[in-house]
Design a protein around this ligand. Sequence first.
Ligand code: F0G
Length: 357
Amino acid sequence: MPVNRGVLQRYRNLLPITDATPIISLGEGSTPLVRSRHIGKFIGCEDLYFKLEGCNPTGSFKDRGMVVAVAKAMEARSNTIVCASTGNTSASAAAYGAYCGLKTVVLVPRGAIASGKLAQAIAYGAKILVVNGNFDRALELVRQLSNSHPITLVNSVNPHRLQGQKTAAFEVVDALGDAPDYLFIPVGNAGNISAYWMGFTQFFQMERTSRRPKMMGFQAEGAAPIVLGHPVENPKTIASAIRIGNPASWKLALAARDESGGRIDAVSDDEILAAYELMAGKEGVFCEPASAASVAGLLKSAACGLDLRGKSAVCVITGTGLKEPELAAQHSSALPVEIDATLGTVERALELAAVGR
Ligand code: F0G
């Protein structure tokens, strides 16, 4: 198997890189596109796939964009990067910052990010500032900070982030031989849906795909500014990664929705948790709740009459469930059973009859 040389090398000609851009990589991109065995059958969509972005080096899709943003920061001779984050962006920034010898500063909302994501930022050695406020406030702060100091902002308002993230759309097209009919994707700060649309559009213009998918974006009901048409001051949802009330790429997401003939809708926390359990229990994919919003959206759309028979669909599974292990224990019936270390107790626990010995 060849070395994964990463997004910069693989898509060199399709990214805004120059001879002066350092070609760095932690092995991001080239993630699996896996066929559904259960959910597809259940909703009558035989061609349903999951794009497993949790397989990126820090466990989320953010690495695709971060590698470009960090390489461009180095090209510009910046030595400090900063971001606000609901967790995954900070983990990714901290990893690439460590790898490239940059100082990394992350602002995260107090008590509102998953434990694994915080552990990552700590392990990678970032300067972590826990803000008494939500993500939207933290983003305002880092925007102000990067405007008045020589510090590079690596949130998705940095256009290099979306450039990197669009490569996931290239991979989907390359894997299927064409774009799918539908792309289901969670929406938080709305960068990723915009990046996928950019990628599909670029490949369409290059005639590497005959069509573009309908973009189906899903916010959590308590954090659904785009669906409501106005910012949400105190966004609430169990899916902390998409607990965002005023998305930075709002307009780009609306354009993706409208140009593609798609939809941006909301799913409830109960629907998110049901999809989270279904993905792990029936598809063998342990994803984070925010990622399950795409699957919840698919199930909701099918239940509301979207006919997916004969159509192809991809759900973007944006991050791994290992980021928030506590949640699995709270939302599963398969809890561990403690036993004495004897064969008899193992057999009794499994309701197996003892074989004569
Ligand atoms: N899924 C996961 C796992 C995320 O971490 C995020 C965003 C999204 C979906 C939504 O993507 O913001 O491009 O619409 N996480 C950001 C962060 C906000 O700080 O890690 P989006």
